[in-house]
Design a protein around this ligand. Structure first.
Ligand code: UD1
Ligand code: UDP
Length: 374
């Protein structure tokens, strides 16, 4: 592990931390860490890559979660994997050098994460990877490549579970750099559920009755960029709606919207699509749904925390803990299997244990950074 060049001052750790983030889930899951850094008076700044830039995939989360504005925004925008990764790599290198950063923190598995970690490690800056160790064992997923590469570039691997730790040990990563902290999504849910209950009235706005609707999200490249798969997913959710007489609400990711138009697909009338929502609104909709159908990583975790059954429209998951505790089922994308999965999950007793920690991951991560750097 690289040693941090730092000195301690009386109350404050004189080490410069750069939090690199760029997409919706990173903002949400990094928020508890940022809050902790802020409250303890760390010298840190946020470097936003601009991978996500639409208001409702980006700024809305800074506003709702009351996060400080990024000091820099690379405005990398959308593009091919190489374009996104390359632009971020070049932009981040300049800023990290200019800011004389000691440690970079990244979260998750996006192109932002890989590029941020790579830029930092080539400058001999320590990298802390939040949510390290997840594996779907499916290298056709861009996220799986980002996870593996980022983990092997990192100096501090903050894993959510013992399963994630095992994945890293199997790949030869030294055990003294792996720290089980829980997942910061639990912190984010705990910190915001009550605020969401008090502040937002989204169910009325979208005309849904509590515990009487299905919430869906789908945005994975391998699902929505393939016409037949996207059509099957919509068809499968329509079957659930018919069998259980439940309306479906779908806050739709711009990638999926773009593909629906491009493929000339029709969204079944049982599914109401709306623009992506803020975290407080989405959390409220998750908490009161009868069932959630998704291909999102974060949503698999949140449904587990919120005790709402989840049907995952993928062939594999890097969150196997949710399958083990019984909050989630993997069904792929065939309409019949999606319906079958819903039948099973709607019968489930919601008494599973949450395997992602107790909502103190942000605190544990910052404790470790503080201690390890001394
Ligand atoms: C990215 C991540 C994915 C993550 C998801 C979170 C990678 C490889 N993928 O996928 O792991 O689950 O973010 O939501 O990093 N677009 C907009 N506005 C935006 C951003 C994107 O309209 O603010 C549209 C553009 O048409 C763009 C498309 O969405 O081409 C895809 O965006 P991109 O960031 O490349 O991938 P995501 O699907 O968002
Ligand atoms: N989310 C949100 N609004 C929405 C849909 C999702 O705030 O309209 C949140 C959700 O609560 C979760 C995160 O976005 O915390 C998941 O992001 P996404 O599914 O885009 O990415 P993934 O987790 O699959 O990487």
């Amino acid at each position: 592990m690289k040693t941090l060049k730092m000195t301690l001052d009386i109350a404050q750790v004189a080490m410069k931390i750069s939090v690199i983030l760029g997409t919706r889930p990173e903002i949400i899951k990094m928020a508890p860490v940022i809050r902790e850094l802020h409250n303890r008076g760390f010298d840190y700044f946020i470097l936003h890559t601009g991978q996500h830039y639409s208001y409702n995939l980006d700024k809305i989360f800074f506003e709702e979660l009351e996060l400080p504005s990024p000091k820099y925004n690379l405005d990398a925008g959308s593009g091919s994997h190489a374009e996104e990764t390359g632009k971020i790599l070049i932009g981040a290198e300049k800023i990290l050098q200019q800011e004389k950063t000691d440690i970079v923190l990244v979260e998750g598995d996006t192109n932002t994460v890989l590029a941020g970690a790579l830029a930092a490690s080539k400058l001999y800056i320590s990298v802390g990877h939040v949510e390290a160790g997840l594996r779907s064992f499916d290298r056709t997923m861009p996220e799986e490549l980002n996870r593996i590469l980022t983990d092997h570039l990192s100096d501090y691997l903050f894993v959510p579970t013992s399963q994630a730790k095992k994945n890293l040990l199997r790949e030869g990563i030294a055990k003294n750099v792996i720290f089980i902290t829980g997942n910061t999504i639990v912190d984010a849910v705990h910190q915001n559920l009550e605020i969401s209950r008090k502040k937002v009235d989204i169910l009325n706005t979208v005309h849904m009755i509590p515990h009487n609707y299905i919430l869906m999200t789908a945005h994975r490249q391998e699902n929505v960029d393939v016409k037949n798969k996207l059509r099957d997913i919509l068809e499968g959710v329509k079957l659930i709606s018919h069998e259980f007489h439940l309306p479906v609400l779908y806050p739709i990711h711009p990638r999926t919207m773009k593909r629906i138009k491009e493929f000339n697909l029709e969204v079944p009338k049982e599914i109401t699509t709306i623009d992506p929502l803020g975290f407080l609104e989405f959390l409220q909709l998750e908490a009161q749904a009868s069932l959630i159908v998704t291909d999102s990583g974060g949503v698999q975790e949140e449904t587990c925390v919120l005790k709402v059954p989840c049907v995952t429209i993928r062939e594999n998951t890097e969150r196997p803990e949710t399958l083990k505790v019984g909050s989630n089922i993997l069904v792929g994308t065939s309409p019949e299997k999606i319906l079958k999965g819903a039948e099973i999950m709607l019968e489930k007793k919601r008494d599973w244990k949450v395997p992602f920690g107790n909502g103190t991951a942000g605190k544990k991560i910052v404790d470790i950074i503080e201690k390890e750097s001394q």
